[in-house]
Design a protein around this ligand. Structure first.
Ligand code: PHE
Length: 460
């Protein structure tokens, strides 16, 4: 069967950026930045991207484009039958695992878009937002219904194929996402008292930076760039041979970081405008679905048109960000089953969709009827989240960097990186140095930290 490619370089970059820009950019990065030293944190984050994010992203791109195969197939080819082939399979598994809980939050963003557009937050007292959220997620039907819709949209895009599905939707959604982000940031920044919010986000405070902060920045860079989950490798398998790998990787990282910083410009000026303590807004779901709806109502005028438009656009933005990331995760698994088991794209996609419907529903119900099902004191959702993000992801990243730095043929690497000599690659030696030494060591530390080893040894 003829394998599809992306039709244009822009399409390829936007698709990869769509994978990178996701929930992490909005619900984690801004608050981490504000609390951990503002511009100082951003500088450290950018250094992490330069020192390990880009080398690993470029390696994933390279392996995908060189083999033109799904991630498991790609690693099988480049590993020449050695056990390194397992790195690819692990990436596919991790991506699929992340997808199972990621879709649950994607579904929530749809519900909150709906609530915003129907002005459902009008005259809701501040303390009620938590009740609304808890009532929604613990309900057995509503979140499951939205989950069906969210997964339905992903399925539709994936079955349309690489060019008319993934690329076309990325070309539509990424510019939309960018425009909405800029618009919301401008609105928020023009609120009275906004400058304090900007100061909270950006004022460099190096005294806040310690080893934990550095490890957090690394972990965030990894997750945010969608590394080690087969996404970038799979998308790169649809790149044509002329796509410049390093330049594309830099583009993706720049877009991802810009959106993350702008998300901070949306959030903190509004938070300060209503005189809320930024250290109380929470992170993740509690920030996004409990604190922010309240903040936006109060900052923009309870029930006003502006408040409705602002929060609708904000949740729609989150929806688009989550959707493009979820599509990339779905594609990893779809490419895997279709190519490795010789199925049609439609059948392969359906198989993946059904599997995430089942597991996603279990994750979703773990906030309601299944909340008593626990392992290591975690509900089903957290098991998926923690296992993939804290353990599988860093292990995968470390293995990819070791493989790319030590095992993959150097000449092959250089040839691919320079597109057969067409491009100059003066950074090649640095790249290999990072892949060999810096990245494995740094990720190893993140892994130990995520597993709580430092805490256990009372080093933190
Ligand atoms: N990068 C996405 C985010 O920032 C998450 C993601 C991880 C998406 C891995 C795909 C693969 O939210």
């Amino acid at each position: 069967m003829e394998r599809e490619n992306f039709g244009s370089k822009v399409g390829a970059i936007l698709a990869a950026a769509g994978s990178a820009v996701g929930l992490g950019n909005v619900w984690r990065f801004p608050i981490e930045t504000g609390q951990n030293g503002g511009a100082a944190f951003i500088i450290i984050y950018v250094l992490c991207i330069l020192a390990l994010g880009l080398p690993i992203m470029i390696s994933e791109f390279l392996i995908g484009r060189y083999t033109h195969a799904n991630t498991a197939g790609a690693f099988r080819i480049v590993s020449n039958g050695s056990p390194w082939k397992w790195v690819g399979r692990m990436g596919v598994f991790t991506g699929w695992f992340i997808l199972c809980y990621y879709v649950v939050v994607g579904a929530w963003t749809m519900h909150y878009t709906f609530l915003s557009v129907t002005n459902a937050f009008y005259e809701v007292p501040a303390r009620e937002y938590e009740t609304i959220f808890n009532g929604f997620v613990s309900n057995p039907w509503m979140p499951t219904l939205w989950l069906l819709v969210f997964i339905g949209v992903i399925h539709y895009v994936i079955t349309r194929g690489v060019q008319s599905g993934i690329e076309k939707s990325a070309k539509l959604m990424m510019p939309t996402l960018f425009v909405i982000t800029v618009f919301l940031a401008i609105c928020s920044v023009s609120l009275p008292g906004a400058s304090q919010g900007i100061e909270f986000l950006l004022r460099p405070d190096w005294s806040k930076v310690n080893s934990t902060v550095v490890l957090e920045a690394m972990g965030q860079a990894f997750y945010s760039l969608s590394l080690a989950m087969g996404c970038l490798c799979t998308y790169a398998s649809y790149f044509d041979k002329k796509t410049p790998l390093a330049k594309s990787a830099v583009n993706v990282a720049v877009i991802d970081t810009l959106i993350a910083i702008m998300a901070g410009f949306i959030i903190f000026p509004s938070v300060f405008n209503i005189g809320m303590d930024p250290n109380e807004v929470g992170v993740g779901a509690s920030l996004t679905f409990v604190s922010l709806p309240n903040v936006f109502q109060q900052a923009l005028g309870d029930g006003s048109v502006l408040a409705v438009v602002f929060s609708t656009l904000f949740y729609f933005l989150l929806f688009v960000a989550a959707l493009t990331s979820a599509i990339s995760l779905h594609e990893v698994a779809t490419a895997y089953v279709t190519e490795e088991f010789g199925m049609s794209r439609k059948r392969g996609a359906t198989l993946v969709t059904v599997s995430i419907l089942v597991l996603g529903t279990l994750c979703s119900l773990s906030f309601g009827p299944l909340s008593d099902v626990k392992l290591f004191d975690r509900n089903i959702f957290s098991i998926f989240d923690d296992l993939s993000g804290r353990i599988l992801l860093p292990i995968g990243g470390m293995l990819i960097s070791i493989f790319a730095g030590w095992v993959l043929d150097r000449k092959l690497y250089h040839d691919e990186l320079s597109n057969g000599g067409d491009l100059k690659a003066p950074y090649f030696k640095l790249l290999v140095f990072s892949l060999r030494y810096i990245a494995p060591l740094a990720i190893g530390l993140v892994l130990l930290d995520q597993m709580g080893v430092f805490q256990f040894l009372a080093l933190k």
